[in-house]
Design a protein around this ligand. Structure first.
Ligand code: WT7
Length: 584
C-alpha cells in the first residue's frame, strides 16, 4: 500500500488530554457562528467590540491577570516575561502615545520590526485606539516597502534603528508618512530627525490607562499586503470581528487549552503571525513563546525543551529542514509536545510520517489564506489523518469544488477550491482602494481561493496546485510580477519572466528567465549580481535562487508573459494550449 492510501487513526482513549473538538461530524452538524460568538467573544454594552479587549483587557478582570502571556527569548539568549496585566498597561500607554501623535481612528499605522515583544505592544496599542495595524516582514527592502506604505497611505511607521535606513531612503516618496517611531531596543545609536519619535521617551510620558475604542464588527483592525499573479501587492483588509474565527480555530483545531504553552513559529509580517501568534492564543488567554533568534534545529528543539512547549504550529519548509538535518530530535526532551501543526504550503506525506517517528506525533496540516483570516480547511486532533490531505472544512464553513462557472463538481473531480462566502466569519472586508480586485474573488455566492483541489468520497480535501502563477517559496507568497519588476530595474536587464520551480525543501524556489540588453555579457557573475540586486531592493526572501538567460520571453499577442510556458519548458512538461502565444 502506498503511503498516500494509509491513514493515521486517532484513538481518543490514548490522548492524555481530551481535545476541545472531540467529534468532528457532530460539531460540524450542530455548529453555528451565533452560538460560538456568545461563548467565545465579548462585546461592549453598546454592541461594539475591540480585538485588543478580547485578547488582553478582559483577562485582566479574571484570575488570568497575573498569568504569563508571553515568554520571550531574545537573539542573545536574554529572557523576558509579560503577564496579561503588563500587556494591558503597555498597550494602553502605546494607544495614548499614538493619540498624542495625532493618529486618528482609521489611520494606517505600520509595524516594521523584528520579533521582539514591542511588536505586540504596538500592534494592540494601534487596535485599542481604532487605527488600522499594517504589518510588514523585516526582510522587506525599499521596493516592497514603498509599494505597501504608499498604497495604504500610512501615517506612522514603527521600526528600529537597524531597519530605519530602509524607510529613510523612501520617505521622500511617501507624502502621507508623518512620523516614524523608533523602538530603541538593540541599538545604542539612534537615528535623529524632526519627524522621528522615540518609543521609550513617549511611553515614559504616557498614562497607563486608555479608554478603548468601541469598534463595529466590520471596522478594520489589521491589513496585510499579499501577492497575486499580476500587479503590485494588494492590501487585504480585516475587521475586528475576525477575532471570532481566530479564537474558534485556535480552540477547535490547534486545541489550545488553559495550561498549554503554545508556540507558533510564524513572523507577524505574515498572516499566520497575526492570527496564530497574536489573536488566537491571547483571545483564549494562553501562554505563548516568542523567539527572536534565527531558525536552527538545535535552537528550536532547545526552545521546545526549555519552555516545555505543548502545542507547536510551524511550516512545511521548516519541517523538511528539520527532517534533513543531522540533529536528532531524540537528543532533546520534547515530551511536553501534545499536538503539532503545519501551514503555508502542501505538507508532503513523508514529512508527516517522519514527524510521527521523530516526535511520536503526527503533524496536522491546516489550509487557509491571507484573505480568509483564519484556518478554513484542516486536520483536527480528533480526526483521522490521511497524509497528503489538508483535511475537512472548519465547522461553520461550507467548502466545495466548483468549475469556472460556479457549478459544484462531484467527489473525485479536480476543480477550483471554493468556500461559501457567507460562512467564512473572518473573510477579508475588501482590498484596500481596489473594489474591482475584491469583486474578482467571487463567483456569485462562492469565494474562489485560486487553488485547485479535489474532495474524496469521505469529504477530505486534497490540494492539487495553484490555479494562477503565484509562487509559494518557504511558505511565503510571492508575486512573479514583483520579482520581474525588480529585475528590470537593473541596468543590464530588458525583460524577465519569473516562475516557481518545485523544490524538495522549500516547496518552490523562484526561478527567473532574463533577457539582457544588447552587448551585455551573460556571465555567472551577472546572475549573482541580479540575485543580490533583488535581495537588496525587493526583499531578502523573494529573490531568484536560479536564473537563466533567454533570448526572448513567450508572450501572448497582447504582450502578457506566458509564465506557464516557461514553467512547462523548465519542467519538461507539455506546453499545453499555445493558441494565444505570439511567435516564439
Ligand atoms: C496559499 C495562501 C495560510 C496562511 C499562510 C499562507 C497555499 C496554504 C496550504 C496547505 C497546500 C497551502 C495555498 C494558498 N497554502 N496552506 N496546508 N496546503 N497549500 O497564506 O500567503 O495567503 O497563501 O498558500 O496555495 O492559497 P498566504
Amino acid at each position: 500500500m502506498s503511503d498516500k492510501a494509509k491513514v493515521i487513526q486517532k484513538d481518543l482513549k490514548k490522548f492524555s488530554v481530551t481535545p476541545n473538538l472531540s467529534d468532528y461530524d457532530k460539531t460540524y452538524k450542530d455548529f453555528t457562528w451565533e452560538n460560538v460568538e456568545k461563548e467565545e467573544i465579548e462585546f461592549f454594552e453598546d454592541g461594539t467590540l475591540n480585538i485588543a479587549y478580547n485578547c488582553i483587557d478582559r483577562h485582566v478582570k479574571t484570575d488570568k491577570k497575573d498569568k504569563k502571556a508571553l515568554l520571550f527569548e531574545g537573539a542573545n539568549g536574554e529572557k523576558e516575561q509579560y503577564t496579561f496585566s503588563d500587556l494591558k498597561a503597555l498597550t494602553d500607554k502605546f494607544a495614548n502615545v499614538l493619540v498624542s501623535q495625532s493618529v486618528k481612528k482609521g489611520d494606517r499605522v505600520f509595524i516594521f520590526l523584528p520579533s521582539i515583544p514591542e511588536r505586540y505592544v504596538v500592534f494592540f496599542g494601534i487596535l485599542k485606539m481604532g487605527a488600522v495595524a499594517g504589518t510588514m516582514f523585516s526582510a522587506f527592502q525599499e521596493m516592497a516597502l514603498v509599494d505597501r506604505l504608499s498604497d495604504s497611505g500610512a501615517k506612522v511607521v514603527i521600526t528600529n534603528a537597524a531597519l530605519y535606513p530602509r524607510i529613510k531612503k523612501i520617505w521622500k516618496d511617501l507624502p502621507g508618512l508623518e512620523k516614524v517611531i523608533i523602538i530603541e531596543r538593540g541599538s545604542e545609536e539612534q537615528p535623529v530627525g524632526e519627524k522621528i519619535v522615540y518609543y521609550k521617551d513617549e511611553m515614559d510620558k504616557a498614562k497607563s490607562d486608555f479608554e478603548i475604542s468601541h469598534m463595529e464588527k466590520d471596522d478594520y483592525s489589521y491589513m496585510l499586503y499579499t501577492s497575486g499573479t499580476t500587479g503590485k501587492p494588494k492590501g487585504v483588509m480585516h475587521a475586528h470581528y475576525d477575532i471570532l474565527q481566530a479564537i474558534v480555530t485556535t480552540k477547535y483545531v490547534l486545541d489550545v487549552q488553559v495550561n498549554d504553552i503554545y508556540w507558533c513559529t510564524a513572523d507577524i509580517g505574515w498572516v499566520t503571525g497575526v492570527v496564530y501568534a497574536t489573536l488566537g492564543p491571547w483571545g483564549l488567554g494562553v501562554t505563548q513563546v516568542m523567539s527572536e533568534g534565527r531558525f536552527s534545529p538545535e535552537s528550536w528543539y532547545k526552545l521546545i525543551q526549555d519552555y516545555k512547549v505543548t502545542l507547536w504550529y510551524t511550516a512545511p519548509t521548516a519541517i523538511r529542514m528539520l527532517m534533513g538535518s543531522s540533529v536528532d530530535p531524540r537528543d532533546f526532551d520534547l515530551s511536553s509536545l501534545r499536538q503539532i501543526y503545519s501551514v503555508g504550503e502542501p505538507l508532503n506525506p513523508e514529512a508527516i510520517w517522519w514527524g510521527l517517528d521523530a516526535y511520536g506525533l503526527p503533524f496536522h496540516d491546516t489550509w487557509w489564506q491571507t484573505e480568509l483570516g483564519g484556518i478554513s480547511i484542516t486536520n483536527y486532533p480528533a480526526l483521522d489523518i490521511r497524509p497528503g490531505s489538508m483535511g475537512k472544512p472548519l465547522p461553520g464553513i461550507k467548502a466545495a469544488i466548483i468549475d469556472d462557472e460556479g457549478k459544484e463538481l462531484g467527489d473525485g473531480k479536480e476543480g477550483n477550491l471554493a468556500l461559501l462566502a457567507s460562512t467564512i466569519s473572518s473573510l477579508m472586508k475588501t482590498i484596500w482602494r481596489n473594489e474591482k480586485k475584491f469583486n474578482s474573488y467571487f463567483i456569485e455566492k462562492w469565494y474562489i481561493s485560486g487553488d485547485k483541489a479535489m474532495r474524496d468520497k469521505d469529504g477530505y480535501y486534497w490540494f492539487i496546485g495553484r490555479a494562477d502563477d503565484v509562487i509559494k517559496t518557504s511558505g511565503e507568497r510571492v508575486g512573479p510580477f514583483e520579482v520581474e519588476s525588480s529585475l528590470v530595474e537593473h541596468p543590464s536587464v530588458i525583460e524577465a519572466g519569473v516562475i516557481g520551480k518545485p523544490d524538495e525543501v522549500r516547496g518552490e524556489i523562484i526561478k527567473a528567465f532574463v533577457v539582457t540588453k544588447p552587448g551585455i555579457e551573460q556571465t555567472e557573475e551577472l546572475k549573482e549580481e541580479l540575485k543580490v540586486y533583488v535581495k537588496k531592493h525587493l526583499a531578502g526572501h523573494a529573490y531568484p535562487r536560479e536564473i537563466d538567460f533567454i533570448d526572448k520571453l513567450p508572450k501572448t499577442r497582447s504582450g502578457k508573459i506566458m509564465r506557464r510556458v516557461l514553467k512547462a519548458k523548465e519542467l519538461g512538461l507539455p506546453v499545453g494550449d499555445t493558441s494565444t502565444l505570439e511567435d516564439y
